[in-house]
Design a binder for this molecule. Sequence first.
Ligand SMILES: [Zn+2]
Ligand SMILES: [Zn+2]
Length: 213
Amino acid sequence: MPFQHRTLPVTAFQQNCSLVWDDTTKQAALIDPGGDIDVLLGAVKQLGLTLEQIWLTHAHIDHAGATGTLARTLGLPIIGPHEGDQFWIDALPQQSQMFGFPPAEAFTPTRWLHDGDTVRIGQCELQVRHCPGHTPGHVVFYEPTTKHAFVGDVLFAGSIGRTDFPQGDFDTLVDSITSRLWPLGDDVRFTPGHGPQSSFGQERRSNPFVGGT
Ligand SMILES: [Zn+2]
Ligand SMILES: [Zn+2]
């Protein structure tokens, strides 16, 4: 299977940035480059990849903080999130100040994403699910040949995303998980925005917030 991925924890929040690539063509994308650009570009170089795109699940600082700088310096397109997160993108400078991050450069996504869209790197095609609730514009990326999902802060091993932010909503988040993620199958493994990987089946059985749904 040509699709490969590697987790690169970044920032003080240990956010799981994912480097994804087509192992045939070595074309690569970064999902949620929140910071630590040296770490990210070091992995790209070490693996002999060509970084071509940035994909965003949502626009919180630990996920999107390095996006503007990377896109500007390397000439990369920014794909996602959904336009519901525009106000979070606009607030990135304040977010970086509030959390003591390096200044985050403003940016405008090259392409907004919607439920049912696809994104492509090399010959690999991933499906997009719009999963609001943690933020209104949050999207999830799903790779069907390896049955792997990159879910940002929607779902964690044993937990779900916070919903106490502006335009966050608990019922909306639970509905996103049960109606947009569970149908992909119990055997789907996922990389969350923070912490260890898990599978949808495991969370369906034992997650205290969405177990038994
Ligand atoms: Zn978040
Ligand atoms: Zn996060």
